[in-house]
Design a protein around this ligand. Sequence first.
Ligand code: IDP
Ligand code: MG
Length: 149
Amino acid sequence: MERTFIMIKPDGVQRGLVGEVIGRFETKGFTLVGLKFMSVSRELAEEHYDVHKERPFFGSLVDFICSSPVVAMVWEGEGVVASARTLIGATNPLSADPGTIRGDFGVSVGRNLIHGSDAIETAQKEIALWFSEKELVSWEPTVNTWLYE
Ligand code: IDP
Ligand code: MG
């Protein structure tokens, strides 16, 4: 089963959208396998956004991620990596479709509420960066017989 890394960024936490965001993944039918509420060190934020280190917004992005707590999660399900990106919506909330998390709740690219891994390989790297093996819970929700054929 595929897994992806999802993070509710500081703006999502401050705006009281933790329950709303988790609810979208739950009601979609994905399985929560890891969850922690945490402050992010500069080192972890810089490593997480390493691909963007040459971009002009890198410094302010790292400052932002470290500015207030986040909710780090791992979600599991068939096709969850791509599907989570669809649920999240486009990077710029102004152009994200209504019905997506960014489309429904955001107005600015630097405050776009949530992170989701962009590919299966990235997801594996990000999960390993944010979670230890023992923080992840492998379980089979009984409802899966009603979600999967
Ligand atoms: P993604 O989060 O949709 O995968 P990326 O292009 O990987 O988008 O960018 C990572 C994060 O960097 C974005 O979610 C956003 O917080 C921030 N970011 C991206 N582009 C800009 C920008 O032009 N200005 C400010 N922040 C940006
Ligand atoms: Mg990205």
